[in-house]
Design a protein around this ligand. Structure first.
Ligand SMILES: [Zn+2]
Length: 276
């Protein structure tokens, strides 16, 4: 569930507490987190690494170390990272705890994951960029992402535009929530073939994607079920949704009830009145 705005919120909150810190102790409690690599091996490799940067690429958090190595964290459905200032986290007390990292200032970074789909991948110097590049398309909030680039990514695609927006290899970081919100903002029916959008519609969608993501970041993301900010707080974007999860409620633009359909194999909310 965490999409670009949620992961970016986590990144911004954790950046100030992680930069310059050394990993004093690393406990990985769930082998699924690092498989097929042995979690004990990964924990031993991480120990004593010093964090020099915390970046985001799509929905990945990229923890960069002084040695040039990087830890690629993907939260998938229910992964959350919490920063506990006083430290002293006892793993036995929480069945969903998957990893605990003690930093050299005595604080703990705790990774929880109820559904256990999240992943931690430690890569060697120079490996992070090729790995991410092979899996991810353009960053929608990068200055180099234009409506022309969006058109190039969609060119010749007969798939519904909703599916094209969700395709991480073309556009990184947008998931089900922000795809629906972006298409509503752009007034585009999610079932339209992506390759058939006109230049003015591509411009509207480009604006819609960026506006929806920025609104999500400004509200610290959307807390529907498991997502929490690293201090344990909740985001508030769920109160600002225009269509997502709002079937039967009136569209704020035209008054028609929002409908829920299935597109690209996903529950999709849209307004039949003003999305064409
Ligand atoms: Zn409408």
């Amino acid at each position: 569930m965490p999409e670009l705005p949620e992961v970016e919120t986590v990144r911004r909150r954790l950046e100030s507490v992680l930069l310059g810190r050394r990993l004093e102790r690393v406990e990985i409690l769930d082998p699924r987190l690092t498989r097929p690599i042995d979690p004990i091996e990964v924990a031993a490799e991480l120990k004593a690494e010093r964090i020099v940067a915390l970046d985001r690429r799509g929905k990945y958090l990229v923890v960069r170390f002084e040695t040039g190595r990087a830890l690629l964290i993907h939260l998938r459905m229910t992964g959350t990272l919490l920063h506990v200032r006083g430290g002293g986290v006892v793993p036995d007390h929480d069945p969903h705890l998957r990893a605990v990292v003690r930093l050299d200032d005595g604080s703990d970074v705790v990774y929880r994951d109820v559904r256990r789909f999240g992943t931690w991948l430690l890569v060697e110097p120079g490996e992070a960029e090729p790995y991410l590049q092979a899996r991810l398309g353009r960053e929608p909030l990068a200055p180099t992402f234009t409506s022309k680039r969006l058109g190039e990514a969609f060119k010749g695609r007969r798939a519904p535009v909703k599916a094209a927006v969700l395709d991480q290899r073309r556009l990184a970081g947008v998931g089900n929530i922000y795809a629906d919100e972006a298409l509503w903002r752009a007034r585009i029916d999610p079932r339209r073939p992506a390759g058939e959008l006109r230049a003015d519609e591509l411009r509207a969608l480009h604006r819609g994607i960026r506006a929806a993501l920025k609104a999500g970041i400004a509200r610290q993301g959307a807390s529907l079920r498991d997502y929490r900010t690293p201090d344990g707080g909740a985001g508030s974007m769920q109160h600002e949704f225009k269509v997502y999860g709002r079937e039967g409620e009136p569209c704020e633009r035209c008054g028609r009830p929002i409908e829920k359909i299935r597109t690209a194999g996903r529950g999709t909310w849209y307004c039949p009145g003003c999305q064409r």
